[in-house]
Design a protein around this ligand. Structure first.
Ligand code: ADP
Length: 470
């Protein structure tokens, strides 16, 4: 069968040893067939990255940056095609997909603007001069999930490349298309071997995480798979960055403007059909505003236009894949069993993977829809009357990715935000992230930091040069 998109190995676009049928989640039907790599091809990709790395690292920082800026230009120039492909492989509406494509170019340009770290001198006196230098790690493997398939891959590639590493990307099996399209652009821009892209059917992750020539794994995905990555990386003590699951709580203090906050909270929960690691997954509302907020959210949910993301007017798409659809149906059953569904609750069984945006109230904290990560368009709304109590409930989870506190009194919100046990806490918004902001999970939501200068350091080895002056 012909392969509409090929692998990128050593600067060449090559046929995969096998093929992957990519399903459009809005229809449940295959829309394109692409290359699928085997273990030999994954090895070839690592070997190409290893061979290219010394030459790439030897370039001036400004030369590497210039290559990256050309890649950003290519992404902008191909934005329409990327956006359509992203909608078809992932399911999100055109506006969200267009935003992801634009943000991808912004991430590249941000990291291409890296000017090197400030000099770190620990001691400089008559006896010693001790300073830190930074060198690249070598070959980095990036393993990405299916919720932001374009952005999350490129947001690993750009900082790794600008710091002198070379890269092998393995996107998620259900969303390989936009990554392979980036490979097609990179084939014309980057020196051979600097970036390699291999796809799989969920079978090549270990080939990369176990590989002796891979120095670092940058992984985004579920906490369960992240633990496997960490175990595999232990064999050669690889550097790892893990960005894993979350069960973000949004706490609305009793002084919020319900009508103004409701659409923002709704967006925080239902963007990308709830399939965002940092989405609002549990909403805590003070008892004095509980009924009003539930009513407002139900109204917004009922007004959403769900459908194929390619159709004009669609505001929310399907679940991304059949497996996630099945999981989401289980959460929906839990919501119906344990609480009261006040909006949504319907499942479409006509091919696409659709669940109507669902609001569930009066649900206990021990329901799976509250204490597990749903990754679906189903939001539990929980009542509280005491701030200390709601904080304890919000923090009672193994996850610690994000969270938010909402109030018309920002100081009051910040005071509470400082006690939310997670890597990011937003005040009066949720979901915001960017290349200049360190992104790191607390507890079982991750390890290490992505983005920002600190994230760049994670792609480098610090080397201390200690000079005796005696
Ligand atoms: P999901 O459970 O929704 O499929 P995962 O966290 O398992 O999400 O997937 C994220 C990425 O991790 C995907 O690219 C997937 O192919 C990859 N992956 C799956 N299993 C492993 C593994 N054992 N080692 C490394 N990567 C893996």
């Amino acid at each position: 069968m012909s392969q509409a998109h090929k692998l990128l190995i050593n600067g060449q676009l090559v046929e995969g040893a096998g093929t992957l049928d990519v399903i459009n989640p809005a229809t449940g039907a295959t829309f394109v067939t692409v290359a699928r790599a085997n273990a030999d091809q994954a090895d070839q990709a690592v070997a190409a990255a290893k061979a290219a790395q010394p030459g790439w690292a030897a370039l001036d920082l400004s030369e590497r940056a210039s290559y990256l800026n050309k890649l950003a230009d290519a992404i902008d120039a191909n934005a329409d095609a990327l956006t359509r492909a992203l909608v078809q492989e992932q399911g999100k509406p055109m506006a969200e997909a267009g935003g992801e494509v634009a943000f991808t170019a912004i991430f590249i340009r941000h990291f291409a603007g890296f000017n090197g770290f400030d000099r770190e001198i620990m001691q400089d006196d008559d006896a010693l001069r001790i300073e830190a230098r930074y060198t690249p790690l070598g070959v980095v493997a990036g393993i990405t999930p299916w919720n932001f398939p374009l952005l999350l891959g490129v947001a690993k590639i750009a900082p790794a490349l600008v710091t002198g590493n070379t890269f092998v990307l393995k996107p998620a099996p259900t969303t390989p298309v936009t990554s392979l399209m980036v490979g097609e652009m990179a084939a014309d821009i980057l020196p051979a071997g600097v970036l390699n892209i291999v796809t799989d059917a969920n079978d090549l992750g270990p080939a990369l995480t176990d590989h002796p020539d891979v120095a670092k794994v940058s992984f985004t995905g579920s906490t369960a798979t992240g633990k496997k990555v960490m175990a595999a990386a232990a064999s050669s003590l690889k550097r790892i960055t893990l960005e894993l699951g979350g069960n973000d709580a949004a706490i609305l203090l009793d002084d919020i403007d319900v009508k103004a906050a409701a659409p923002k909270v709704f967006g925080g929960a239902f963007t990308n059909a709830g399939q965002v690691c940092i989405a609002v997954k549990r909403l805590y509302v003070h008892e004095s505003q509980y009924d009003a907020m539930c009513e407002e959210l139900a109204k917004i949910a009922d007004e959403t236009v769900q459908g194929d993301g390619l159709e004009q007017g669609t505001t929310i798409g399907p679940l991304q894949n059949a497996q996630q659809f099945e999981k989401a149906k289980g959460f929906l059953e839990a919501a119906k069993r344990d609480g009261t569904v006040i909006a949504g609750g319907d499942v479409a069984e006509d091919g696409g993977y659709f669940i109507r945006p669902t609001i569930v109230k009066d649900v206990p904290d021990d329901s799976p829809i509250v204490n597990e990560e749903q990754f679906a368009p189903i939001l539990p709304v929980l009542k509280y009357n005491d701030v200390d109590d709601v904080l304890a409930r919000a923090n009672d989870t193994e996850y610690g990715l994000g969270g938010s506190v909402w109030s018309s009194n920002v100081d009051r919100a910040i005071e509470l935000a400082e006690k939310v046990d997670s890597g990011t806490v937003w005040v009066n918004h949720h979901l915001h992230f960017g290349p200049h902001v360190p992104f790191a999970g607390a507890k079982q939501s991750g390890l290490g930091v992505e983005f920002s200068e600190e994230g760049l350091r994670e792609f480098m080895q610090r080397r201390v040069i200690s000079v005796s002056k005696a």
